[in-house]
Design a protein around this ligand. Structure first.
Ligand code: CUA
Length: 312
């Protein structure tokens, strides 16, 4: 009975213990001061009560010692909270370089995921234990939120932009996945699970049949190449002399000089924006002649196109 009643979800990722420890610290500090203040209110109201009609309130003009004490102690405590939580936040926000990437697209009302080897899933994510997993996430329609309590991660997926989250699962098992942002009538049913497997089992699973697509799994990079050809991107972006558009080889991660001054790092969000809203940022030396592909390519295909451009 008691085993089934737990205040906290299971700790199943590398950061879960750290997040809980910080949370317990906050509860302990709040609890200590709440108890102290409540006790002192009762104690003082008895000790300093008015004993007779002739009792006169003493006139006190401050105490430097006391004021320093009640300023410096809270200051020190809140600084501890700030630096501790900031360092934890940075750990949670920055995926390690060796992380395996997984695409996540939220849509009313399901989670669509794709592994870099090609396999797709819906409302389920299989991952190996002990490997950092980086999620590159976006939404097809409204804001959803990818929430895995056992991993202590929650990140919004926002239409029109990419967001990332990462985790490293520490023990095999099946863990709840929730949408934590009200996104319409079926919001409460936008749930799923994360299946954490031993590395060997994961490899076996990865080479299995792609149920979602009903076809052999194709890596997103290859799907992206097909889309690149189908939409005629190469006409302007093959890197020919005098081409209408800038060459794309080696573009990812580089610093792009923009017309009218300024520069931008060519990350996934920039690549995506340049496809759906090409006139938002014009590369120096080029004209705003590219047509928009807004509404013509869905988010999953955009992720694949971006993945292909990254590989050039
Ligand atoms: Cu999607 Cu709530």
């Amino acid at each position: 009975m008691l085993e089934r009643f737990s205040l906290f979800p299971e700790q199943a990722s590398t950061v879960a213990g750290q997040v809980d420890l910080f949370y317990f610290f906050l509860i302990a500090v709040s609890g200590f001061f709440a108890t102290l203040i409540a006790t002192l209110i009762v104690y003082f109201s008895i000790k300093y009560r008015r004993r007779s009609d002739s009792d006169v309130t003493p006139s006190i003009h401050g105490s430097l010692k006391l004021e320093l004490l009640w300023t410096l102690i809270p200051f020190a405590l809140t600084m501890v909270m700030f630096f501790w939580s900031a360092s934890l936040y940075l750990t949670i926000r920055r995926p390690p370089d060796d992380a395996l990437q997984v695409f996540v697209v939220g849509k009313q009302w399901m989670w669509k995921l794709q592994h870099m080897e090609g396999r797709r899933e819906i409302n389920e994510l299989h991952v190996p234990v002990g490997r950092p997993i980086k999620l590159l996430m976006t939404s097809e329609d409204v804001i959803h939120s990818f929430y895995v309590p056992a991993f202590r991660i929650k990140a919004d997926v926002v239409p029109g932009r990419y967001n990332t989250a990462w985790f490293e699962a520490t023990k095999p098992g099946s863990y709840h996945l929730f949408c934590a942002e009200y996104c319409g009538t079926q919001h409460s049913r936008m749930i799923g699970r994360i299946v954490v497997m031993e590395p060997a089992d994961y490899q076996a699973w990865l080479s299995g049949k792609d149920v979602a697509a009903g076809a052999p799994a194709e890596p997103p990079q290859s799907s992206g190449e097909v889309l690149f050809t189908r939409h005629g991107c190469a006409t302007c972006h093959r890197g020919q002399a005098g081409a209408l558009g800038p060459a794309l080889a080696g573009l990812f991660g580089s610093n792009v000089q923009l017309a009218g001054g300024g520069s931008v790092v060519a990350d996934e969000s920039y690549l995506r924006e340049s496809i759906v809203n090409p006139r938002a940022k014009i590369v120096e030396g080029y004209k705003p002649v590219m047509p928009t592909f807004q509404g013509q390519i869905d988010e999953e295909s955009l992720l694949q196109l971006v993945e292909y451009i990254k590989s050039l």
